[in-house]
Design a protein around this ligand. Structure first.
Ligand code: ADP
Length: 479
C-alpha cells in the first residue's frame, strides 16, 4: 500500500516529515499515516506537471490513450484489492466499492477513446481570401480537488479526460480517503503514464488550494465537494482567471406519481437514496409522493428497508455502512431531531448506534420521516445520511413547483408510467440530471453535472472533453 505523495514520478514524504492518520470510519483503526504536505509540495507538484506538459500534450492522441486504457484494465484486474482498500478508508459496503472501482475505470477507458475524437472545425468564411479554422487544444496544467464519498471515481472522472486531452494534473484527494488515490497513482506509473503527468498530494487543503490558485501555471481547477468550498474556489480563481469545473452539493427531489410502477419506484428510491449510506450528492433529500399511491409506496419502502443489514462494509451481506465521521453523525442527528421537533413523524429507523462491539457509533438506520414540511432543515440542507423525508402532493404542477423550490439543481428523479408526463416533467425539472423511472442514471458516457448552486461544467460523455480543452480560432488569409 502506497502512503506517500506522488510528485514527478517519485513517492515523497512531506519535507517536514509531518503526517496525518487515515482511519477506518467503521472501527477508528488507523490504517495509514500519510504526508501532511502543504504549499511547498503543491508548488513542487505544479512544477513537475509543468515540466511534463510539453511532451505529454505533443503525443499523438492514440499514444496518450494507450497508457490510459492500460490503467483502466489494471484497475479492473485489481478490483477486489482496490475495493477492500476503498471500503477500509471510506466505509461503504464491499459490493458498492467493487462497483465504484469498475465505474471509476470506465471513466478512464471512455476518456482514452475520446482522446482520439478531439475534432476541430472549419467554418465557411464570408470573404474569399479567408479560411476559418477552429482548433481544440489542451488547457495545460490542471488541478483536481476531490471528496471522500467516491474516493476512486471522483478522481478518475477528472484525470481520465484531463490526461486524454493532453493536460497534466495535480490531484488533491480528500484527507479522509487518500489511499485509493495513491493506489491509482501506483497503477498509473505501472501503466506507463510518464513522471510528472499525474501528481498526487495530501495535506493542508487550504494551503494547497492557495498554492494552486497563486501559480499562473495552473489553468484549470476541477472540484467536487461542498457548495461552500466551491464558492471559495470561485473567488480564488479570479486571481489568475482560472477555468473551473464545479460539481457541488445537491438536494435531489424524488417524485412518485399515482400512475407509477410502485415496486420500481421503491427499487429506484433504495438505489438513489441509500447507496453509500445516503452520502452522495445525487441522493434524494426530498420525496414527494402523490396521494393515491402514498400509503402503498411508504409501506413498501419501509418493508424493503427494514431487513437491510447494517455493519462494517468489509462484511459480506452488509448493505449499510458507517457515516464517514462524527461531524456527519452530528448533522444527520440534528436534521432528524429538527424534523421531529417541527412535527415530522418517524416511520422507520432514526437510530444512530454501534451494531456490534468494536464498531464505532456511526451507523445510522435507514430512516423514513413523514409529515415533513418546508420549515425543517432537511427540506433545504443536504443531510448526507440514510434519511428519506416524505411529503404528499396532489397535482403534477404542485409537485414540480415543490421539486424546483431549491437553490440546488444537480439530480432529480420521478416515477410515472405516463409517457407524456415523462416528457413534461423531465423538461420542467430545473436540474442537470433527471432520472425518469431510473434511480441510478450516472454512467461514464452521459454528462453529469448541475445547474444553479450545484455547479458549473459536466463530467462524463463527450461533453467532459470540453472542460479540458481550449478553443483556438485560426484565421488564414489566402490569395
Ligand atoms: P465535504 O463536505 O464533502 O467534505 P468539502 O468541500 O469540505 O466537502 O471537501 C471537498 C474537497 O475540498 C476535499 O478534498 C477538501 O480537502 C477540499 N477543500 C476543503 N477546503 C478547501 C479549500 N479552502 N481549498 C481547497 N480545497 C479545499
Amino acid at each position: 500500500m502506497q502512503t506517500r505523495n506522488l510528485i514527478n514520478g517519485e513517492w515523497r514524504d512531506a519535507p517536514s516529515g509531518a503526517t496525518f492518520d487515515v482511519t477506518n470510519p467503521a472501527t477508528d483503526e488507523v490504517i495509514a499515516k500519510v504526508p501532511d504536505g502543504g504549499a511547498g509540495q503543491a508548488v513542487a507538484a505544479i512544477a513537475a506537471a509543468r515540466a511534463a506538459l510539453p511532451s505529454w500534450r505533443a503525443l499523438p492522441a492514440a499514444e496518450r490513450a494507450g497508457p490510459l486504457a492500460k490503467l483502466a484494465s489494471l484497475m479492473l484486474a485489481k478490483q477486489d484489492e482496490l475495493a477492500k482498500l476503498l471500503t477500509r478508508e471510506q466505509g461503504k459496503p464491499l459490493a458498492e466499492a467493487r462497483g465504484e472501482i469498475s465505474y471509476a475505470a470506465s471513466f478512464i477507458s471512455w476518456a482514452a477513446e475520446e482522446a482520439k475524437r478531439v475534432y476541430g472545425e472549419t467554418v465557411p468564411a464570408s470573404r474569399t481570401d479567408q479560411r476559418i479554422l477552429v482548433l481544440r487544444q489542451a488547457v495545460g496544467v490542471v488541478a483536481a480537488i476531490t471528496p471522500w464519498n467516491f474516493p476512486a471515481a471522483m478522481i478518475t472522472r477528472k484525470l481520465g479526460p484531463a490526461l486524454a486531452a493532453g493536460c497534466t494534473i495535480i490531484v488533491k484527494p480528500a484527507e479522509q480517503t487518500p489511499l485509493s488515490a495513491f493506489a491509482i497513482g501506483e497503477l498509473a506509473l505501472e501503466a506507463g503514464i510518464p513522471a510528472g503527468v499525474l501528481n498526487i498530494i495530501t495535506g493542508d487543503s487550504a494551503a494547497i488550494g492557495q498554492a494552486i490558485f497563486a501559480d499562473p501555471t495552473v489553468r484549470k481547477v476541477s472540484f467536487t465537494g461542498s457548495t461552500a468550498v466551491g464558492q471559495k474556489l470561485m473567488v480564488a480563481a479570479a486571481n489568475n482567471v482560472v477555468r473551473l469545473s464545479l460539481e457541488l452539493g445537491g438536494h435531489a427531489p424524488f417524485l412518485v406519481f399515482d400512475d407509477a410502477d410502485v415496486d420500481a419506484a421503491v427499487i429506484g428510491a433504495i438505489k438513489s437514496k441509500f447507496r453509500n449510506a445516503g452520502q452522495t450528492c445525487v441522493c434524494p433529500n426530498r420525496f414527494f409522493v402523490q396521494d393515491g399511491i402514498y400509503d402503498e409506496f411508504v409501506a413498501k419502502l419501509a418493508a424493503a428497508l427494514e431487513p437491510l443489514r447494517i455493519g462494517s462494509g468489509l462484511d459480506e451481506g452488509v448493505s449499510v455502512g458507517p457515516l464517514i465521521d462524527d461531524d456527519a453523525v452530528a448533522k444527520v442527528r440534528d436534521h432528524v431531531d429538527d424534523a421531529l421537533s417541527h412535527g415530522a413523524t418517524l416511520r422507520l429507523g432514526g437510530k444512530i448506534f454501534s451494531p456490534e462491539s468494536g464498531l464505532t457509533e456511526r451507523f445510522c438506520q435507514p430512516t423514513i420521516l413523514e409529515g415533513v414540511n418546508a420549515s425543517m432543515k432537511l427540506n433545504h440542507e443536504e443531510t448526507f445520511g440514510p434519511v428519506a423525508p416524505i411529503r404528499r402532493f396532489t397535482h403534477e404542477a404542485e409537485a414540480i413547483e415543490l421539486a424546483n423550490d431549491s437553490p440546488y439543481g444537480l439530480a432529480s428523479y420521478f416515477y410515472t408510467r405516463d409517457n407524456s408526463r415523462v416528457w413534461r416533467v423531465a423538461e420542467a425539472l430545473e436540474y442537470g440530471i433527471v432520472g425518469a423511472n431510473d434511480g441510478a442514471p450516472s454512467t461514464a458516457q452521459a454528462p453529469f453535472g448541475g445547474v444553479k448552486m450545484s455547479g458549473i461544467g459536466r463530467e462524463g460523455g463527450r461533453y467532459v472533453m470540453h472542460e479540458y480543452l481550449n478553443i483556438k480560432y485560426v484565421s488564414i488569409g489566402i490569395d
